[in-house]
Ligand binder design. Sequence first.
Ligand SMILES: Cc1ncc(COP(=O)(O)O)c(C=O)c1O
Length: 388
Amino acid sequence: MKMTSINVVVKSIQKVIGRGPHQLHEPLFFGKEMNYLKNTINQNSVSSTGEYVNKFEKKIKDYTKAKFGVAVVNGTQAIYISLKACGVKKDDEVLVPALTFVGTVNAISYLGAKPHFVDSQIKNFGIDCSKLEKYLNKIAKFRGRKCINKLTGKVIKAIIPVHVFGHPCNIQSIIEIAKKFNLIVVEDAAEALGSFYKNKHLGTFGDVGCFSFNGNKIITAGGGGMVITNKKKLAKKIKHLTTTAKLKHKWEYIHDEIGYNFRMPNLNAALGLAQFEKIHVFLKAKRVLFKKYLNVFNNVKGISLYKEPKNASSNYWLQTLILNKNNSSLKNKILKESHKKLIYIRPVWKLISELKPYKKKQKMNLSGAKEIYNRIINIPSSQSLILK
Ligand SMILES: Cc1ncc(COP(=O)(O)O)c(C=O)c1O
C-alpha cells in the first residue's frame, strides 16, 4: 500500500464518523444514571449497603441465563477470585493466550500461579485450538487425574479463554480440550457482555465467566466486574471471599478466613444498572456502526473489516480492521497518520509474553498471535457515534 492508500484508510474512517477528535471508545449516559446515582446519595448508601448491587447482579444473571452473579470491583479481580475459588494455587500453571489484556495474566500472578502462554488465531482472535491440542498432547502427562507439564513438572490446572473485542473464541473446542486434560475453565468475557455463541451467552460455557464494567466497555459502572456461574457452591464461595469472608451477625465482626474487600460499591452498581437497561440500544448501535464501516471499507484495497464468526452474535464492542498482509510497518504508518488527524485508533495489546514481567514464562510457538498483532487496528467504536 502506498502513502496515498494510508490516507485512503484514514479518510474512509472519517467518511463514517467525521473529523476528529475521536477516542477509541467512550461511554454514553442517557438513561436513568443520574436518578439512580442520586438515590444512592439520598439513601445514604453509596458503599457496601443498598439496593443496587443485588439488582445489578440479578439483571446480569437473568440476561446471560447464568444461575448466579457476584458483582466485584473490576474484571481483573473477577478473574483472580474465580481462579482462587476454583482451587488454583501457587505454582500451578494456567494456560492463557499471550494476546490479551495484561489484567488477565496479572490475575494469575497475584495467586503465585504461573501463566503459560498459548497461541491465538486470526479467525476470531481467540485461542488456536488445534495447535493447543497438539501442544498439550506433546507436553502434558497425567499423574492420577492431574495434568502435569512434562517440561516443568508443574500441574496445569486451568485455562482462560478470552473473547477478544467481544467476539467468541472457539469456546466449544476449548471446553472439550479442558475436559480431556482436566482443566478448570475461567472465561474472560470482560469485553463480551451482549455476545452470544449459538444463542448461549459468552461466559456461561466454562466453570465461571468474568465481565468488566470499566469505562471503556459496552456498559460501564465507572469501574466494576462480575463473576457468573451455574455452580451454587462456587458462587457462595466467591461472594464470601469478596466480602471480607464475614459471617452474618447483627453486630459482631466475625471473619472465618482471609477474605478480600472486592465487593462492588452500591454507587457503581447504580451506574451499571442504569447502563445495563440500555444494552439493547447499545447493541443495535454497534451493528449500525459496523454496517457503515463495512460499506466504506468494502471499497478499500488491502484491508478488510472484521465480521463476527459464524453462529455468533457479537456485541461488536470494538470495530477492527485487518490488513491483508502481515505488515507491522504499514500498520504503524496508518496509526501515525490517523493520530495526526486526531482519530485515536489503536493496535491490539503487545503480546504479554513479550512484556518485562512475563518474558521468561512458559510459552508455545506464538506465530498466530504475532500475526494478529501485526495485522489489526481497532477504529473508533463508541455507541455515541450513532446515538448522538
Ligand atoms: C480482555 C480483558 N480482560 C480483563 C480485563 C480487566 O478488566 P478491568 O479493567 O475491569 O480490571 C479487561 C478490561 O480492561 C479486558 O479487556
